[in-house]
Write a protein that binds this ligand. Structure first.
Ligand code: FES
Length: 60
């Protein structure tokens, strides 16, 4: 599913980025440009991030 239309970022891309060590929205934004254009993706991206962190039990 596309999360950020402006930059073509999917939930899979976010999950891979979290697996690679990006565990904060700031980190995801810096790497994938999430929220840097219209900003409409931020809420959904945060949900995907939180869900992934819960599944992998990663501590921030
Ligand atoms: S949808 Fe992500 S910045 Fe516009």
């Amino acid at each position: 599913m596309f999360v950020c239309i402006c930059h073509g970022v999917t939930d899979n891309t976010i999950n891979k980025c979290v697996d690679a060590g990006s565990t904060t929205m700031r980190c995801l934004s810096n790497k994938l440009n999430i929220g840097k254009q219209c900003g409409k993706c931020v809420k959904t991206a945060k949900k995907v991030l939180d869900s992934k962190l819960k599944i992998t039990n990663v501590q921030c």
